[in-house]
Structures are given as C-alpha cells and as structure tokens.
Design a protein around this ligand. Structure first.
Ligand code: ADP
Ligand code: MG
Length: 490
C-alpha cells in the first residue's frame, strides 16, 4: 500500500534518531528485557516448545492523541452493553446473517450450533465477553478514532500489552527521559480480563470446578495465554486452569447429569476460547461436535455462540446502518457517541443495496477494504485489488463479504525491533491501532459486570495493509498520550 505523502506525522515522544551506539546498546537491553519479562512468542520459523523469541516491539512508545484515547476508554462500557444486547437479540442475529450463511460455510457452521442451542434452550443463561474494540485514528477527521472491528472471541495481547508498558518505561529511563513516563497510561488489561473470568467462575459457584482454555494445536502466542493462566493461579490459588484443544475435548469431554462439562474427571465452570475462531481450528466434524458439546453444557462460555456470532464482520456492518443502534442503546447521547466511531460499512448481500455497493467498489476501489467473515488477520482485500476479487465472485458469493471505508491513520516515526532483523534498527514510518479491552457478564435480562479493562497498541509499517504481530509486519507498542497544545519535542 502506498502512503499519501501529505499524511500528518504525530509529534514523537522523544527526539529521533538516537546516536548509533546508544541505539545499539538500548536495543540489546530492551530485547533481553522483553524475553525476560515475557514479551515473547514461540518462533514460527524455528519452532521449539522449549524456547522463546522476543515479540516484535516498538522501542519508544508511539504517540496517540490523548483525547481520542480517553474517548475510546470511556466508550467501552457502552460498547460492552451494545454487544451484550446484540448477542441476545435472536431476531437481529438471524436476519443479519441470513444471506451470509448461505455462502460462508464457517459462519453457517457456527450458526447451526446457535440454532440447535436455541431449539433446546440455553443450559447456561450467563455469558462472559472479553472484548477488544480496535481503532485507527482518521486524519480527515482530526485523527478522530474509527472502529476497525470488535473482537468477541480470543481477544489477544492483554497479557503481553501489560508488560510492554514496563519495557518501554525501562527504555525511556535508559535514554534519560524518565520525565515522559507520566504520559504513558497504566495498563491493567491482564488483571481486568482474568478477574472477569474469575467473576464468571464465582457465578458458577462450585469450589472444585476449573477454568478451561481452548487452545490451538500449537500456540505461538504462548506467553499471552500463559500470563492469563499464571495470573489466575497466583491471584486465586484455589482455581485450576486446564488447557485443551477442540480435538482433546472431543476425545475426553462429556456431560454429567446436570449437563456439567466433565474433562479428566474435573468439572468445568468457565470455558475461555483462544481457538475455534477460524476454519483451520476444526480439522473434522469431531471439533464441531466438541464445540457443540461445550455450547450445550452448563459451563459459562467466553464467548458463548451468540457472542461469537455478534462479533462477525457482517453484524458490525449491520450495526453501522442508520437507526440500528437505537434498537440496542436507549440513551440518545450514547447513540451519537457510538455512531461517530463507525466509518462507512456496506452490505454486499444479493439485493439492490448490495448491488449498489458492488458498483461503488468497482468505481472507486481505492476508498475501501473488502472483508470476509474471518478473524486473525490476512483475510482482507485492499483498494485496487478489490475489483478483481469481486468480479471472481458470483452475486450470491458476495454476501459472504462486507465493504468498509478505508481509514487513513496518521503516521508516527520510530524503531521497530524484531527477532532476526538487522541491527541497529532504522527509523520507519508506522501507524498504530489501539485496542480497548472490555469485560461484560450477564444473561439475557441483566448485565451484572461491565467494565473497561486496559488496552493494547499494535503498530505496523505504514506501507503494510495489516499489522499482524505474529505475521511479521506488526509490533507491540503502547501509547504515549499527546495533547494538541503540547510543546513540540523536535
Ligand atoms: P481481523 O479480524 O483479521 O483482525 P480486521 O478487520 O481487524 O480483521 O482487519 C485486519 C487489519 O486490517 C486491521 O488490523 C487493520 O490494520 C487493517 N484494516 C482493517 N479495516 C481497515 C480499514 N477500514 N481501514 C484501514 N485499515 C483497515
Ligand atoms: Mg483485527
């Protein structure tokens, strides 16, 4: 992706470039700090379960407008409530996904589970959502945040993000800029998310019951998951965490007399899905059967199937249509505030509106992103690639996708540090995506816990369409909050 040369550059936290010897020294220290504090991942290229690489990170925190950060934080409880209400609106989910599930097999499989669970009645009335709402600033609206997506399943990096603040604090101190630390907001994402799981465990009210993490066959982002597991054991010594794949659950899992989920002789109170959000996690019908077994069980799911479906791109697109928010939010000021973070999202369903979107995308593809119903990065089609992609689809196939306005974020300049890369790093143009975590617990009629739970910042090369950290174009970061009336640092 080319970057418009007129894109504004946010003021840096400190003056760059750093003198080369200082840069080499501090980068070396920061890499070891990262490994030793778990800002780390398993290597994909030379995988070993016995070793870790540091996770790609940005050396000095990237600037983010304070006003927009605080807006995102303040909105999170409203977004939590919105998603909770959406998840419990059977009619809305069913009509919104009606066209999508005709062509998208994965979403259809999820929807089938939902339909079966609905038919038999929910065994467990409570759900827990550990959400992450992601934003980019939009330069054409004064860097106002626009929502990229909302994650309701496997919202990751709450564990590592918490430690990134300490890593960058360390770097700033080493560089003689301790005065900058107060502008880095505290981040208690790990505690907030895990305490949420334990609140759900409390609702289940069985002292012997465990928390089950559903994991991939191989977990590259292992530290992020382990931080959650270790935090729970350290803070709540009486609670055990089990880790199992969907395949394991199919092999070992069964339901007890009261539909309690039993695994290795243990009863499961809470299921936290860190896998199960992409087709590759379901190798055969066995894994789908396991998912269904868990959905029909008494365990409290994070997410339950209705929450998972509420997080689809199609539902996000439907929510951004005029007057839809009124169905889920009562307060007009809240409707206005949430409406402002949405950018244009357009249906590609097989009808007049969908056809109009299609024509618009062919006319001005450079303005858009085309998205399927997938999570985990690397699935979207950008700008000038859109017409070819759309023309290859039948009219019906298009309903598996949505179209979204491209958001134009401001640039920052900094050093990205990644394993195996040349030393010292060079200054690159970057853009940052802010994620705000939220916790919401309740049943169809009541929300009993609803709070914002920390944040994460993921920064990518400005020229990259996507910044998947594991995929190699993104890096972990944390925000340095700038005010419009700050003195210029440079
Ligand atoms: P996924 O579920 O795969 O994470 P996203 O919707 O978050 O899907 O898209 C992946 C990445 O693509 C985002 O992190 C962001 O970098 C980029 N992206 C997505 N939507 C937009 C958009 N509307 N404008 C600009 N970049 C976008
Ligand atoms: Mg995303």
């Amino acid at each position: 992706m080319s970057v418009d040369p007129n894109t504004p550059v946010l003021r840096n936290c400190i003056h760059l470039p750093l003198p080369e010897d200082e840069l080499i020294e501090v980068t070396g220290k920061a890499k070891d700090y990262a490994i030793m504090h778990g800002a780390a991942m398993r290597s994909k290229t030379s995988f070993s379960p016995d070793s870790l690489n540091f996770a790609p990170f940005v050396l000095v925190p990237s600037s983010f407008p304070r006003k927009e950060f605080e807006k995102a934080v303040g909105l999170q409880p409203i977004i939590n409530r919105l998603m909770h209400n959406v998840a419990h609106d059977e009619e809305f989910i069913t009509t919104t996904l009606a066209e999508t599930i005709k062509v998208d097999e994965f979403t259809a499989n999820l929807f089938n589970i939902y339909r079966k669970v609905l038919a038999h009645g929910f065994t467990q009335a409570y759900s827990i959502g550990l959400l992450r709402s992601d934003y980019l600033g939009h330069v054409y609206e004064g860097c106002a945040i626009k929502q990229v997506e909302i994650n309701t399943v496997a919202s990751s990096f709450g564990g590592i993000a918490t430690h990134l603040v300490q890593l960058q604090n360390f770097v700033l101190r080493e560089l003689g800029h301790a005065d900058k630390l107060p502008k880095m907001p505290n981040n208690n994402a790990l505690a907030g998310l895990c305490d949420g799981m334990v609140k759900a465990w409390d609702i289940y009210a069985k002292p012997q019951a465990v928390i089950l993490f559903i994991i991939e066959d191989v977990s590259y982002n292992i530290c992020d998951q382990r931080f959650h597991e270790f935090y729970i054991r350290e803070t709540y010594p009486h609670i055990k965490v089990l880790r199992r794949t969907l395949t394991d659950v199919h092999r070992e899992g069964k339901l007890g007399l009261n539909k309690e989920l039993l695994l290795s002789g243990l009863e499961v109170a809470v299921i936290y899905f860190r896998a199960g959000y992409e087709p590759g996690h379901y190798h055969s019908q066995d894994e789908w059967d396991a998912r269904y077994l868990m959905e029909t069980s008494l365990a409290i799911k994070c997410p339950s199937i209705q929450y998972h479906l509420a997080g689809t791109k199609k539902v996000q697109q439907a929510l951004a249509q005029p007057a839809v928010l009124e169905r889920f939010i009562n307060d007009p000021d809240e409707i206005k505030a949430v409406g402002k973070i949405f950018t244009g999202l357009y249906s590609l369903d097989d009808n007049d509106a969908g056809n109009a979107t299609y024509e618009m995308a062919l006319r001005t593809p450079e303005k858009f992103v085309l998205k399927p119903q997938r999570e985990g990065g690397g699935n979207n089609v950008y700008g000038l690639d859109i017409p070819d992609a759309l023309k290859r689809m039948s009219r019906v196939e298009r309903s598996g996708w949505i179209l979204m306005d491209l958001i134009h974020p401001p640039l920052t300049k900094g050093y990205m540090v990644r394993p195996g890369a040349e030393m010292p790093p060079t200054i690159v143009d970057m853009v940052s995506e802010l994620g705000i975590f939220g916790v919401v617990i309740g049943d169809a009629d009541h929300i009993i816990h609803n709070y914002q739970a920390g944040h994460m910042l993921r920064t990518k090369l400005a020229t990259a369409n996507e910044g998947g950290v594991a995929a190699g174009l993104g890096a972990l970061d944390s925000p340095y909050l700038i005010d419009s009336d700050d003195e210029d640092e440079n």
